[in-house]
Write a protein that binds this ligand. Structure first.
Ligand code: NDP
Length: 247
């Protein structure tokens, strides 16, 4: 069990990729704080984990974009679990539209959730991690942060921002034995992508050398690797898990 006696926080654990990450870390021994916007979704994931391994998960409802709320929940998790070894900043949203017509609300919601949310949660546990002199922070970016996408200026900026955040934080924390990496998923089948038209899906699929879309579990596998001791000597990196879309 790679994560025996370890505590992980996964944001956006209520559905999709975050749900798969929470389950994967728990299946390898971690106790998991499942944080999500909607209490019912966070609880469903925590219940699923506890059904397999009693008392190893708790649910927390929080808007990651809210700095004060994130500090409060981070402190509560530290108190209830006693420590923190792994933070996965996964919560994310899209509000697509061409830049010319994008509302400032759509811009702010995406930047505040995807980028500021990662900063908020990181800050909430950083002091404890630094004191412990070990830790893993994994930020879920996107290949769109590397190559851009028409109609997603807000999303691409947030995901590119996460990469800059990852690299700078990796430099700040390396001497404290804390690694910080990003995973950049390609096209993964979740609620986030399910609403796309068949035509768009077909167009995206044609750009994937491996010829198929990814599963949330494919991202969870990469996160588990970066969170494990096998990745001791890896920091400040962006691991694309995208069927070869970006190479
Ligand atoms: P989903 O829409 O399936 O799930 C998103 C999760 O994030 C939900 O659990 C949701 O909470 C949570 N969330 C959203 N906003 C907030 C908020 N303000 N505060 C707390 N939690 C919030 O998305 P995916 O699983 O597909 O995406 C997960 C991450 O992976 C995102 O960062 C996304 O950008 C990234 N990604 C996804 C790709 C894909 O193809 N699917 C590709 C590249 C990157 P709740 O359940 O409570 O509503």
């Amino acid at each position: 069990m790679r994560f025996d006696n370890q505590v992980a926080i996964v944001t956006g654990a209520g559905r999709g990729i975050g749900h798969a990450i929470a389950l994967r870390l728990a299946s390898e021994g971690a106790r998991v704080a499942c944080a999500s916007r909607t209490q019912a979704n966070a609880k469903r994931t925590a219940d699923e984990i506890n059904g397999k391994c009693a008392d190893s998960a708790k649910a927390y409802a929080v808007d990651v974009a809210d700095h004060r709320a994130a500090q409060k929940i981070g402190a509560q998790i530290l108190e209830e679990f006693g420590k923190i070894d792994i933070l996965v900043n996964n919560a994310g949203v899209t509000h697509d539209g061409l830049a010319m017509r994008m509302s400032v609300e759509d811009w702010d919601t995406v930047i505040n959730t995807n980028l500021r949310g990662a900063f908020n949660f990181t800050q909430s546990i950083l002091r404890a991690m630094i004191k412990q002199r070990s830790g893993r922070i994994i930020n879920i970016s996107s290949v769109i942060g590397l190559i851009g996408n028409a109609g997603q200026t807000n999303y691409a900026a947030s995901k590119a921002g996460l990469i800059g955040f990852t690299k700078s934080l990796a430099r700040e924390l390396a001497s404290r034995n804390i690694t910080v990496n990003a995973v950049a998923p390609g096209f993964i089948t979740t609620d986030l992508t399910v609403g796309l038209t068949d035509e768009i899906k077909k167009r995206i699929q044609a750009q994937i050398p491996l010829g198929k879309t990814g599963r949330p579990e494919d991202i969870a596998t990469a996160v588990a690797f970066l969170a494990s001791s096998e990745a001791n000597y890896i920091t400040g990196q962006v691991l694309c898990v995208d069927g070869g879309m970006v190479m």
